[in-house]
Design a protein around this ligand. Structure first.
Ligand code: SF4
Length: 303
């Protein structure tokens, strides 16, 4: 179905479900321990990477219905949905609240998957057990933010957890039938290509099932925005980003599914770099670079 030089999500979902399935994003109105105990990650603004719909008074059920409507308008053929609890930290609530939130998907027979975005220091045995109750009827994805394998970068973005926390979380969650999807960021000030290669090997060795690559962009209202305005942060150049993603893919295990190749800010929130707006162009350039090198995901992978 796909002739992309990497293991793309669209093909993986089609292979998994045998039909066209799309993700609908949900804001469950939770918060995040990193914001509760401090100012949060420096790139995060008050919407916590989400739609902000909860704060506008839109409940989860309505969000699901609206999301389905929007996806059906956008794509010609939509056969099913994955409910993606995206905003903030979606295991940071009581078990009762989580169960109430997640049970809403049972009202929608078109939903075939459940995806939970969270932090590695915010999962435990009880939460994973609860999530596993859904895995007999739904494909379950657990999205864990690592962001960087470099502790210095984690401190700089005020991430509030360590690389070791991420490793432990993956080890704990690997006992369950989930697809574990690691979130990583490219574009840190001192990040070089060796660190990118090391990141590919690190995630391959942990045997995560998926990776989401984000670009460190400046969102309106974030602490990074203040640094940028004072001239203390320079966003990555487009060509460097493309080279980093290409190199990362070449060194990553071929079976890992690529959920995302670049990040995007919400409408009206992007301050810099402005080149990141055109996601299709970036993806095309990454694919072109791989093809120009006669390369593909995993070509240089050695473990
Ligand atoms: S963990 Fe997520 S929601 Fe929390 S501060 Fe960081 S980016 Fe924002």
């Amino acid at each position: 179905m796909s002739n992309r030089p990497y293991n793309d999500l669209k093909s993986y979902l089609y292979k998994t479900f045998g039909k066209r399935v799309y993700k609908l994003t949900i804001d469950a109105g939770l918060t995040c321990p990193n914001r509760v105990r401090g100012s949060g990650c420096i790139y995060c603004n008050e919407r916590g990477s989400g739609t902000g719909l909860w704060a506008q008074g839109v409940d989860i059920k309505t969000q699901v219905a609206l999301g389905m409507e929007g996806l059906r308008r956008k794509y010609k053929k939509v056969d099913g949905f994955i409910a993606y609890f995206q905003s903030y930290t979606n295991t940071f609530a009581s078990l009762k609240t989580l169960k109430t939130n997640w049970n809403i998907i049972k009202d929608f027979p078109e939903i075939v998957g459940l995806s939970i975005g969270t932090r590695p220091d915010c999962i435990d045995h009880e939460r994973l057990e609860l999530l596993s109750e859904y895995s007999s009827d739904y494909k379950v994805f657990l999205e864990l933010g690592l962001q960087s394998i470099n502790e210095e970068n984690l401190r700089w973005i005020n991430r509030g957890h360590s690389v070791e926390d991420f490793k432990k979380a993956v080890e704990m969650a690997s006992k369950y039938p989930f697809d574990i999807v690691a979130h990583i960021i490219f574009g840190f000030p001192k990040q070089d290509i060796d660190e990118i290669i090391e990141t590919a090997y690190f995630l391959s060795a942990l045997k995560v099932q998926g990776v989401k690559i984000h670009l460190l962009y400046v969102a309106k209202g974030s602490l990074l925005h203040q640094l940028y305005d004072r001239g203390n942060f320079m966003p990555i150049e487009k060509d460097t980003y493309i080279e980093m993603v290409t190199t990362f893919l070449e060194h990553l295990a071929p079976e890992i599914v690529i959920h995302r190749l670049t990040g995007d800010a919400h409408r009206g929130e992007l301050i810099a770099p402005t080149w990141s707006v055109d996601k299709t162009k970036i993806i095309n350039e990454i694919e072109k670079r791989l093809k120009d090198r006669s390369s593909f995901q995993g070509k240089l992978h050695k473990l």
